[in-house]
Design a protein around this ligand. Structure first.
Ligand code: IMP
Ligand code: MG
Length: 177
């Protein structure tokens, strides 16, 4: 497939403003609770970096990352998942926010949330920079969403196509040419 960078869907400034709002929301919701952020690699690293600097909590904040690949086909809710890189910190008894770059089918999130609740997380919420309309596998509303976007393939601000474009400061559509 030949691709080309298309139009800017969300500007750098819009993203920055929205992340500040999400940070405020999280700070209100967890004012005195210690919190652990679990970023799903690789796409979430830029969003997570900005998000945690937009929160102000009295209690400690922990950050860790994991990477998974799911082998479930799009019609199966229970496909298996392979953990490519696991957490180094325990989630047992902790209030956890899973951080995703984009939730599409919701399958990644379905698996990761099952894994973390199986490991004894006390509570689990989700922060996603972007949400596509097809989020059916997770079956729950996302707690903190930056932007709902149409069903287009987007890159930038951490999101890639074939490992490229993560460094773009804004979110752009990738066009087929
Ligand atoms: P899901 O399991 O279908 O929700 O897929 C989520 C993962 O697919 C995200 O974490 C991204 O890595 C990837 N993904 C889905 N849509 C896009 C997109 O438009 N651009 C870049 N990556 C995407
Ligand atoms: Mg991803």
């Amino acid at each position: 497939m030949k691709t080309a960078l298309g139009a800017i869907l969300i500007t750098e400034q819009e993203i920055r403003r929205r992340i500040v709002e999400l940070g405020r929301q999280i700070s209100n919701d967890y004012s005195k609770t210690s919190l652990m952020f679990v970023g799903i690699l690789r796409g979430s690293f830029i969003f997570l970096a900005d998000l945690i600097r937009a929160i102000s909590l009295e209690a400690p904040v922990e950050v860790d990352f994991m990477s998974v690949s799911s082998y479930g086909d799009s019609t199966a809710t229970s496909g298996t998942v392979h953990i490519e890189k696991d957490l180094g910190i325990s989630v047992d008894g902790k209030d956890v926010i899973i951080v995703e770059d984009i939730v599409d089918t919701g399958l990644t999130l379905f698996h990761v949330s099952n894994i973390l609740s199986g490991r004894g997380a006390r509570s689990l919420r989700v922060a996603a920079l972007l949400e596509k309309p097809g989020n059916s596998k997770y079956k729950r509303p996302l707690d903190y969403v930056g932007f709902k976007i149409p069903n287009k393939f987007v890159v930038g601000f951490g999101l890639d196509y074939a490992q490229q474009y993560r460094n773009l400061p804004d979110i752009r559509v990738l066009d087929e040419i």
